[in-house]
Design a protein around this ligand. Structure first.
Ligand code: UDX
Length: 435
């Protein structure tokens, strides 16, 4: 099958590379010349484990190519995927659909034969209707279907998630379009991945509902963690205790500094906007957004408390800055609010992240970036584990304590058992655990 993928961001590049790995002939299109030039040289625009090898293998096999020329990419394609960004619109939190509609117009002008146009970008309910209108207006006699096919992959585990999805959602009422989509996903389908066919609007909503539900689960356990701290309970045991109930499940119940990233914050806001537009408020999601925002700042206050209530003149070392491990993505990372709160209180911040420091340099000012965890901790009054990178799971705690001015360890991801931290002569602080 011939597939065109418009947009080489996280979703576009990973999906395009994986489709080519299935044996499809894939051409990835992006307006950004420097990105395409880099991809031609085998340099990935994002950090994602395994992606460079996957791309290299398929480029070498002649199944995957890159271009800035949308016309060339779309000509002859049986399926054209739109995987461009849908950032939060400045000011109102609505999803900014200008890239999606822009791509739809260019695709409409470039289509040479019958094709399925597939929206993979996360888009509000009704966007597919507008994309269809744009395509039909440009090609009144042409045959083109517009399908919604949201993507559920996670950063840092993107290839595995794409190739072994819990489900594939296809939103279309058209038999022919569904048959083409079945072909696109044939290898996964044969591998027993459930393929769920729904209406287009339903598919669009499934993506937002899934992300909002996961954000709710995280925020729920984060609030329970706060309660654990004051009543003397242990949130990790609470998570285990409730997660063993099959109806609840044990995933996404890790208490921490609040969710961040490129999806949950923007998608929950966009969902709220849709709900508002249709005068059907989603009160639970409203609370989740507010609680999560407040939590990120509260984590800064937690660190100040660990410093004895006074941050002025103190130095704090942050280990991990990205919103989660195995990515260089700093979008809406809790570390940004934590740094802000610490600096506002007069603390000096030093930081180390295995992959995210380049991105962090533009997301936070006045931070000293260190060469490694021990370098970051040198002379510090507290070390804060913000992101649970594997590189921080086996720290030499005694060495870490020795280089610090005051051995205080704030573990915002509950990576270490308290005893281990205390055995290295640290004063320990965790999340959702009795002090
Ligand atoms: C998420 C969805 O999981 C994915 O299906 C969707 O396509 C895009 O959004 P992603 O943002 O890559 O993926 O990361 P994810 O692993 O879901 O983590 C999101 C945030 O939640 C991170 O900040 C993470 O630290 C936090 N989180 C996650 C917790 O704090 N606790 C948990 O138990 C799980």
């Amino acid at each position: 099958m011939r597939i065109a993928m418009i947009g080489t961001g996280y979703v576009g590049l990973v999906s395009g590379a994986c489709f080519s790995d299935f044996g499809h002939d894939v051409i990835c299109v992006d307006k950004d010349q420097s990105k395409i030039d880099a991809l031609h040289k085998g340099v990935m625009p994002i950090f994602e484990p395994g992606l460079d090898q996957l791309v290299e293998r398929n480029v070498r096999a002649g199944r995957l190519s890159f271009t800035t020329d949308l016309q060339e990419g779309v000509a002859g394609a049986e399926a054209v995927f739109i995987a461009v960004g849908t950032p939060s619109r400045r000011g109102d939190g609505h999803a900014d659909l200008s890239y999606v509609y822009g791509a739809a117009e260019e695709i409409a002008a470039a289509l040479t034969g019958p094709a399925v146009v597939v929206t993979k970008s996360t888009v509000p309910v009704g966007t597919g209707d507008e994309v269809e209108r744009i395509i039909r207006e440009a090609r009144p006699d042409g045959k083109a279907f517009v399908v919604s096919n949201p993507e559920f992959l996670r950063e840092g585990a993107a290839i595995e998630d794409f190739k072994r999805p819990d489900r594939i959602v296809v939103g279309s009422d058209d038999e022919e379009a569904c048959a083409i989509m079945r072909e696109v996903y044939r290898p996964l389908y044969l591998n027993k991945a459930p393929l769920l066919f729904t209406s287009r609007r339903t598919a669009e909503l499934i993506k937002y509902a899934a992300n909002a539900f996961l954000a709710t689960k995280i925020t729920f356990i984060n609030e329970v963690a706060d309660l654990c701290e004051v009543v003397g309970a242990d949130v990790q045991d609470v998570s285990r205790g409730i997660g063993l109930d099959n109806r609840i499940g044990d995933k996404f119940l890790h208490a921490g500094p609040g969710y961040g990233g490129s999806c949950f914050p923007k998608d929950t806001l966009a969902l709220l906007k849709t709900a508002e537009d249709y005068q059907t408020p989603l009160r639970i999601v409203e609370a989740v957004v507010a609680v999560n925002d407040a939590r990120k700042r509260a984590m800064g206050r937690k660190v100040i408390q660990a410093l004895g209530g006074e941050a002025r003149g103190k130095t704090v070392a942050l280990l991990g800055l990205t919103f989660k491990p195995n990515t260089d993505d700093m979008r809406d990372a809790p570390s940004i609010a934590i740094v802000q709160a610490l600096q506002d209180a007069g603390a000096e911040v030093r930081a180390y992240d295995p992959e995210g420091m380049e991105q962090a340099k533009s997301a936070m000012k006045g931070v000293t970036f260190a060469a490694g965890p021990y370098d970051a901790a040198a002379g510090a009054d507290a070390v804060v584990l913000v992101t649970e990178w594997d590189a921080f799971r086996a720290l030499d705690l005694k060495r870490l304590a020795k280089v610090m001015a005051q051995p205080v360890f704030v573990d915002l991801r509950n990576v270490y058992p308290r005893q281990e931290i205390e055995a290295a002569s640290f004063k320990w602080h965790g999340v959702g655990k009795p002090e």
